[in-house]
Design a protein around this ligand. Sequence first.
Ligand SMILES: [Zn+2]
Length: 185
Amino acid sequence: MVRSARRRKTVQAREVDGVLRVSIPATMSGADEQRWVEEMVRRMARRTGTGGVDLARRAGELARRYQLPAPGSIRWADNQEWRWGSCTPGTGSIRISSRLGGEPSWVLDYVIVHELAHLEVARHDRRFWELVGRYPLAERARGFLIARGLDPATTETPSAPTPVPAPPRSDSRAGRVAAASRRRR
Ligand SMILES: [Zn+2]
């Protein structure tokens, strides 16, 4: 822990020789300090979680096992605008939120399967959910994500009709719309 008089607002953490070094403003209160240290430890742990996963290999295996299209590329992303994953069917590139590095592997597998299925079916229609359903834990994983507030859209249910022919490339849009409508209520 480093208190810095020069540091006014920002908190920074980095690993130095295996020790997490957290820099905070000198003016910060003890309670805030504690909160930030916990937050930084959590963030570093999340990063460690993604480091242990070979996404490309995992996606390749899942694509083979469930006969889904293999991705052109797949990588972790820290983008906070969308909650869990997105894909670009044109290029076959998939991005998985690094948040999921800290979640159980069967949940991560579900998100990968979900995005792989989007490479074949853009919309969340019946055929899409049939593809996703090849993964036996799909329903359980969705429940898990909803409970964690990670589900991109509450409208993302197999039975619900898709109200708008939304561009399906990214789950972020649906997530933002859902968040906005929740706020309005
Ligand atoms: Zn989706």
